[in-house]
Design a protein around this ligand. Structure first.
Ligand SMILES: Cc1cc2nc3c(=O)[nH]c(=O)nc-3n(C[C@H](O)[C@H](O)[C@H](O)COP(=O)(O)OP(=O)(O)OC[C@H]3O[C@@H](n4cnc5c(N)ncnc54)[C@H](O)[C@@H]3O)c2cc1C
Length: 315
């Protein structure tokens, strides 16, 4: 039976659990055992999802130090010989994954957004050259197969609860940290469009009116996102850009206002449940992907919808 290890980043537990979907796609017709490893953080929803959860609770190991964490993963791999190691491409995961691959003398495909099987070979797909091409990378050699996975792309459906076995792991050797944590300070509150259930997104048709989106997002309890056209015009930060060179989002509702639907934008919408687009041109590519198309001016649409919502919600 194949063995798959998933690194559970305590700061992004759900994104880490979603890597079970990657494991499923890697082994579509093969039995495999899933193991999650966490460093002291709560296992929460990972319980019932993995076959085994390994908890490392050891005061000698600073869980914020990617080098110390890497050494533990190396030791665990030496004991259990995993066939596949998956790491979420979170800020911390991006520090751990290349170090681990180097220590295990294996290759790493970073920031993977899709999995495929060609001619019996496993391939990892990732954007390359700032998203200009999608590269398919094949695994050769002994392995283990290692990938870091872009958060928000894969979603794992919990179809059945597993009887998760939890194990405590105390490494034989702990790397004495060369990093000291002096203080922990909460980052200034900003939102992450990947976590939003409703996104009100603006494109080229909203230039000059982009700030109007906030009113509608507020009424719908959602957040504002943008196409690259808006970002390139300096009207929104890159952190809220949807698409190939931005973020992959998975809201229940994506409202595309004045967005044409270029292939690079649509690349970020793979997991969206419902799309409503508002466009002057009903033949814009985004319209063919939408559940509902409103042909008309996006600003007028915002005015009318906000007024309607306020009317219906006022006592
Ligand atoms: C390597 C590479 C990576 C890229 N990555 C991304 C990416 O991550 N995300 C991304 O978005 N793009 C990306 N792009 C750019 C992409 O190709 C498009 O140029 C961009 O998405 C266009 O943005 P848009 O649809 O908002 O604007 P436009 O192309 O200008 O389209 C505007 C749309 O609004 C409509 N419209 C105009 N006025 C109104 C109005 N008053 N009311 C309603 N509708 C109106 C128009 O009919 C049109 O459909 C990338 C390009 C390259 C080359």
């Amino acid at each position: 039976m194949k063995r798959c290890l998933v690194f559970l980043d305590g700061q992004a537990l759900q994104d880490s659990i979603d890597l079970l979907e990657v494991a499923r796609q890697i082994y579509p017709a093969q039995a495999y055992e899933s193991t999650g490893i966490t460093f002291g953080s709560e296992t929460g929803p990972a319980e019932g999802a993995f076959d085994t959860i390994i908890q490392v609770r050891d005061d000698r190991i600073p869980s914020f130090d990617p080098m110390a964490v890497t050494e533990v993963l190396v030791e665990l791999h030496q004991l259990r010989s995993f066939d596949t190691i998956l790491v979420p491409a979170t800020p911390f995961g991006r520090m751990v994954a290349p170090r681990l691959a180097m220590r295990l003398k294996t290759g790493l495909v970073a920031d993977v957004t899709a999995i495929s099987h060609e001619g019996g070979h496993l391939q990892a797909i990732r954007p390359a050259y700032s998203g200009r091409i999608m590269a398919a990378i094949e695994f050769v050699g002994e392995g283990p197969v290692m990938m870091s996975i872009r958060p928000g792309v894969f979603h794992w459906d919990r179809l059945a609860e597993k009887k998760t076995q939890t194990e405590l792991f105390t490494p034989a050797q702990a790397r004495t940290g060369t990093i000291r944590q002096l203080a922990v300070q909460a980052k200034e509150q900003t939102y992450d469009i990947r976590e939003s259930d409703v996104l009100v997104s603006g494109g080229g048709g909203m230039i000059g009116h982009f700030h109007e989106l906030e009113r509608l997002a507020h009424c719908l309890g959602g957040q504002v996102s943008a196409s690259r056209k808006i970002v390139d015009n300096g009207l929104a930060p890159r952190s809220i850009q949807v698409g190939q060179s931005g973020k992959t989002v998975s809201p229940t509702l994506y409202l595309a206002l004045g967005i044409n639907g270029a292939v690079q934008h649509v690349e970020g919408l793979k997991q969206v449940k419902h799309i409503i687009s508002v466009n002057l041109d009903k033949n814009a590519p985004i319209c063919s992907l939408s559940d509902l198309v409103v042909e008309g001016d996006a600003v007028t649409f915002i005015d009318k919808l906000v007024a309607k919502i306020k009317q219906q919600t006022s006592p």
